[in-house]
Design a protein around this ligand. Structure first.
Ligand code: NAD
Length: 339
């Protein structure tokens, strides 16, 4: 009684991370593929023994409604296609996992949420770090105030993208630059370490060093998230350098991951010593947890509200960077159930 997962989009993340992860999941398995490439579908069909009727193109994707083998549709497409395919999956009566960012803007996020509500299906964001034990330890140390209340955070997630995946620097297809791709993890971390929502942001765009490449989306953003009681998170994201730090300072000590946001090789330290943690396959845990939530009818830790909230913060960061001014946030808390 494992749940069948269909991947929509067979790009780098789906083939490099999700397909291998689905070979070790306990509660779900690879049951279908949606892609424009016959060649790719055939390759994975042969490798994993998928049924002919569980392979779809983008055009005939809606027929997935009639396929009882597929319970969950995992949308792993460029950002501009997220909303459309999440909505089509929900209307087909399938549960949905969507890669980050949820959509191109807050309005689109609400459209997805409405379709999910109407279809009465379950929804999960693809936020893998909530299932990573190093990041879970950062949540515990911060939220339980193990080193005293957290006063200051430093969150840097940048990657030099070179000339890979052109859609990422294309406004129409990505919606934004490194902020929506990497910076979203800094936003996530600030909230899951403090356990609080930011009340304001102040941002500026980094200087553009490669104007040919970054003519449509930002090359980098530097921003501060303000929390109650003077707590601040200093954040940076860029597409032209590599940074991977998550550091928290409490009143009685510090704790950090470096690297912090990668799929593997994370290293954790605190002011009282190294973190001794066994790594796991994040994506396998993430998909297994969602399948379990569906089977047991319990809430996911990474609900659609979280994807909407992060997009609200992203829009505020862009608004602040454009205006050169602080932007206040009025975010609604939602039930985010702990483990
Ligand atoms: P990718 O470019 O490697 O894959 C995208 C796939 O979409 C390709 O197979 C491409 O052929 C297909 N596609 C269909 N229509 C397209 C169109 N009109 N334009 C461009 N491509 C089209 O990208 P990726 O790195 O696999 O990212 C896919 C999604 O997964 C993104 O939303 C990204 O944010 C997310 N992602 C998440 C993580 C994570 O750690 N959670 C990591 C990487 C990517």
């Amino acid at each position: 009684n494992k749940l069948g997962v269909a991947l929509v989009g067979l790009g780098k993340y789906a083939t490099g991370e999700l397909i291998p992860s689905l070979q070790i999941t306990q509660n779900c398995y690879l049951a279908g593929l949606v892609s424009g490439s016959e060649e790719k579908k055939l390759k994975y069909q042969q490798e994993f023994g998928l049924k002919d009727e569980s392979l779809y193109s983008y055009d005939d994707f809606d027929r997935i409604a009639d396929n009882p083998d597929i319970d969950i549709v995992y949308v792993v497409l460029p950002n501009f296609m997220h909303a459309e395919y999440c909505i089509r999956a929900a209307r087909a009566g399938k549960h949905v996992i969507c890669e980050k960012p949820l959509a191109m803007n807050v309005d689109e996020c609400y459209r997805v949420a409405e379709a999910v509500r109407q279809a009465n299906v379950r929804f999960s964001m693809g936020y893998r770090l909530h299932f990573d034990p190093f990041n879970q330890e950062m949540m515990r140390l911060g939220q339980k105030e193990v080193f005293g209340p957290v006063k200051k955070l430093e969150l840097l997630d940048s990657m030099d993208i070179g000339t890979e995946t052109p859609w990422r620097v294309d406004r129409e297809r990505a919606g934004g630059g490194p902020l929506v791709n990497n910076g979203i993890y800094c936003i996530q971390a600030a909230i899951y370490i403090t356990g609080k929502l930011p009340v304001a942001v102040e941002a500026r765009f980094a200087p553009v060093t490669n104007p040919d490449r970054f003519s449509e989306v930002e090359e980098g953003v530097i921003w501060t998230m303000f929390f109650e009681d003077g707590v601040t998170a200093h954040c940076e994201t860029s597409y032209s350098k590599n940074q991977n730090l998550m550091r928290a300072e409490g009143s009685e000590g510090w704790f950090e991951l470096n690297p912090a946001y990668e799929y593997k090789g994370l290293v954790g330290r605190t002011s009282s010593g190294a973190m001794d943690i066994e790594p796991v396959k994040q994506q396998a845990r993430q998909m297994d947890d969602f399948a379990r939530c569906i089977i047991e009818n319990t809430e996911t830790r990474v609900p659609i509200e979280m994807g909407i909230r992060d997009m609200q913060i992203i829009e505020a960061v862009y608004a602040s960077a454009r205006a050169g001014d602080r932007v206040e946030l009025h975010l609604e808390a939602f039930e985010n159930l702990p483990e």
